[in-house]
Each structure stands twice: as structure tokens, then as C-alpha cells.
Design a protein around this ligand. Structure first.
Ligand code: MN
Length: 228
């Protein structure tokens, strides 16, 4: 297709053991999906009405690239999250139908300008500047669901400079993956290529220039990188 400006590059995520990559269409995130994190944020939880927000697809950071410290914040926070990549889609899915559209799993950071988020909460403003900034979504290579399906006992963990900052099992999630996708599919028609950040456990804290992060989901999925 002839275009009047150069077409933007298609954001994509590497896949463990494959040369083909996973093309990213949209990035959805759920908030307040672990009770102990909601508590540390002073937020109330309503699992019948989950809170979603989005990031642009080109906010992903892959292949171990450095994460540049963002502008206009003095309080960049890490939120380690399981990431679900969709190979199918649909609207108004039951949890059972939703469980069948998962293509693979990864682990990522929902990076947050916490100071701008606090301001937005106070003013009732949108969260975009706090959540959807450039390079705000580092994500690991994906493992296909044919090779690995996390369960309630799977541990999600984040180390910063070799110190454990966040650690939980997926049993601590308030909504599991089928329930998240079912709820999301009532708000948006999900499509192949969409990825979903599934919420963070307690322990969110500040990142600084030079920090090295290692996020893991079970024994199979790892994200390593550095804030520059
Ligand atoms: Mn989050």
C-alpha cells in the first residue's frame, strides 16, 4: 500500500525457541488485581467491575533493550506482571471461551510515573501520562501456551540489583486469566495480537538510572534489562 509518510514499524515480541515473532496489536492492563497491592495503594477493590487501562503497542521494550528513564517524573515505579498474548479474539466471551484465545505467556513491567498518577487520581484526570508513556512496557520473550501454562502455584518475582522487590504466586490474583479476558471482552472486541498485563502484587517501589531488573514467571519465563 502506498503511504504518504513511511509506515510505522510493527511492534513485535520475540518467541522462545522460534525465529518468528509475535506482532502486537494493542496493550491492555488491569489495575488492582492483587489485594495486597490494592491495599498498599490505598485503593478499594471491586472484582465485579475491574479497572482497565491501555498503553500504545509501541511502548513495549523487547530483546533486552535498555529502558530510558522517562521525562517529567521523579518517581518511576516498577510493577511486575504476567503478560498474556492472544492468538484469537471475540466479544462478550465466557471465561471458558476466553481461556481458549491465549497464545502464550510472558512477564513484563507496567512502568508507572507514580507522581503523575497520584496527581491524576487527585484531579480525576486520565492515567495516560502516568501509564502510557514511551518505553513503559518492557516484556520478556513469550512462551507458547503449548509449552507452558502457569497455574495458581506459579511464582512471579522481580529482583532489582539482585534484591527481591516483589514476589507472589498467581493464586494471589483476584481475577484469573479467563476472568480478566472475559471482563475485557465485554468492553472491547479482543483480537489476535492483543496482549494483556494482568496486574501486580505488592512491593511496588522506585527505579533509578542504572538499576538492573530481572523478572521471572515460574522457571521458564525471564525478563532482564536495565534503566538507562
Ligand atoms: Mn499494573
Amino acid at each position: 500500500m502506498p503511504t504518504v509518510i513511511p509506515s510505522p514499524a510493527q511492534p513485535s515480541i520475540p518467541v522462545v525457541g522460534r525465529t518468528e515473532r509475535f506482532p502486537v496489536r494493542r496493550v491492555f492492563c488491569i489495575g488492582r488485581n492483587y489485594a495486597d497491592h490494592a491495599k498498599e495503594m490505598g485503593a478499594t477493590v471491586d472484582t465485579s467491575n475491574p479497572m482497565f487501562f491501555t498503553k500504545p503497542a509501541d511502548a513495549i521494550v523487547t530483546d533486552g533493550a535498555d529502558v530510558p528513564y522517562p521525562s517529567v517524573t521523579n518517581d518511576l515505579h516498577h510493577e511486575v506482571e504476567m503478560v498474556v498474548a492472544l492468538g484469537g479474539g471475540g466479544s462478550d466471551l465466557t471465561p471458558e471461551q476466553a481461556s481458549r484465545i491465549v497464545w502464550g505467556y510472558g512477564v513484563g513491567l507496567d512502568l508507572t510515573r507514580r507522581d503523575l498518577q497520584a496527581e491524576a487520581k487527585k484531579k480525576g484526570s486520565p492515567w495516560d501520562v502516568a501509564k502510557a508513556f514511551d518505553h513503559s512496557a518492557p516484556v520478556s520473550a513469550l512462551v507458547p501456551a503449548t509449552d507452558f501454562v502457569p497455574d495458581a502455584a506459579t511464582r512471579i518475582e522481580l529482583r532489582i540489583n539482585d534484591e527481591i522487590r516483589q514476589s507472589a504466586t498467581l493464586s494471589d490474583m483476584l481475577l484469573d486469566v479467563p476472568a480478566i479476558l472475559s471482563a475485557l471482552s465485554k468492553l472491547f472486541e479482543l483480537k489476535a495480537g492483543d496482549i494483556v498485563y494482568t496486574g501486580t502484587p505488592a512491593g511496588v517501589a522506585a527505579l533509578h538510572r542504572g538499576d538492573r531488573f530481572v523478572a521471572t514467571l515460574g522457571d521458564t519465563v525471564t525478563l532482564e534489562g536495565r534503566v538507562s
